[in-house]
Design a protein around this ligand. Structure first.
Ligand code: SAM
Length: 282
């Protein structure tokens, strides 16, 4: 048997030495996942068996090598959900949860709203909205076949409709033009030369990077949203912190949006923009 307290202290030291800021939390989450208990329930365990301690040693070594925590546990928490993730799909980030907060008041005002999530990845936004707005109809659009497999797995048994395809395809979403009440999107937006944490390299590059300024797909997301939204419908789109002026400028240049507002995340960094489709055709 091995003492949980000692195992956690040793693992925390190794993870911190590997440059992981959240070393203690990661150490606890890795052990909790092995024992299949919540992080808070971990504290009620004094000792673990030798085979568990050995398995723990192996998963800590993977994390020391900077494999994402979520790839090791196979899970990513997002709002009230736990999503299945792994190689081939972008790991949903906590800051993206803000996009859901941004559209919930809008969705609360409508009966059976229709929501489209462009560039859906694991389905984080689509699934959270379907979970929190029980009468919403939600579609999730994703191009990568690998990501779409994770999306389909996460959406299984939910009301989320998965569409596998490229948002640049002019035919793909045509049947829904003018019908969406809300469009959400967290597209790839990181400028190509940005230095990123080692874990980010485990995300598919096409999920993260979008050309020199990170804006390669942004105008397309905006123009597709303009076509999908009914007059008065709302778009919420995440962006890089360097794009606080560029994304509102693209929304303005598109010519279909009003009430263009850029929003910071909890640490004050520019994080997403919202805009309303003009109620009158212009
Ligand atoms: C930053 S990830 C976001 C995933 C998810 N929305 C989230 O917040 O966790 C961007 C996603 O857009 C997808 N993507 C990139 N280009 C696309 C395109 N042209 N059409 C549809 N999806 C695309 C990528 O495969 C990736 O899954």
């Amino acid at each position: 048997m091995a003492e949980v307290r000692e195992l956690l202290a040793l693992a925390t030291g190794r993870l911190a030495a590997a440059g992981i800021d959240s070393a203690r939390v990661d150490a606890e989450l890795l052990l909790a996942a092995l024992l299949d208990v919540s992080r808070t329930r971990l504290l009620s365990h004094d000792r673990v068996t030798a085979p568990v301690a050995e398995r723990y040693e192996r998963v800590v070594a993977r994390r020391v090598a900077r494999e994402p925590l979520q790839h090791i546990t196979g899970q990513a928490p997002f709002r009230n959900l736990v999503l299945a993730v792994g190689p081939g799909v972008f790991v949903p980030r906590p800051e993206t949860e803000l996009l859901v907060d941004a559209v919930l008041p809008e969705l609360a005002q409508q009966a059976a709203p229709f929501v489209v999530d462009l560039c859906s990845g694991s389905g984080a936004l689509a699934l959270a909205i379907a979970d929190e707005v029980p009468d919403a109809r939600v579609a999730a659009v994703e191009r990568s076949l690998a990501a779409a497999r994770w999306l389909a797995r996460n959406a299984d048994g939910t009301r989320v409709q998965v569409v596998t395809g490229d948002i640049r395809d002019p035919q793909l979403l045509r049947p829904w033009y003018g019908r969406a009440d809300v469009v959400v999107s967290n597209p790839p937006y990181v400028p190509a030369a940005t230095e990123v944490a080692p874990e980010v390299h485990a995300d598919p590059a096409e999920a993260v990077f979008a050309g020199v300024d990170g804006l390669d797909l942004m105008a397309m997301v905006i123009s597709r949203a303009a076509l999908l939204l009914r007059p008065g419908g709302l778009l919420a789109v995440e962006h890089d912190e360097t794009q606080r002026d560029a994304v509102p400028a693209l929304l303005s240049a598109d010519g279909h949006f009003t009430e263009i507002i850029d929003h910071p995340d909890l640490s004050g960094r520019a994080r997403f923009a919202t805009a309303r489709r003009y109620a009158v055709q212009r």
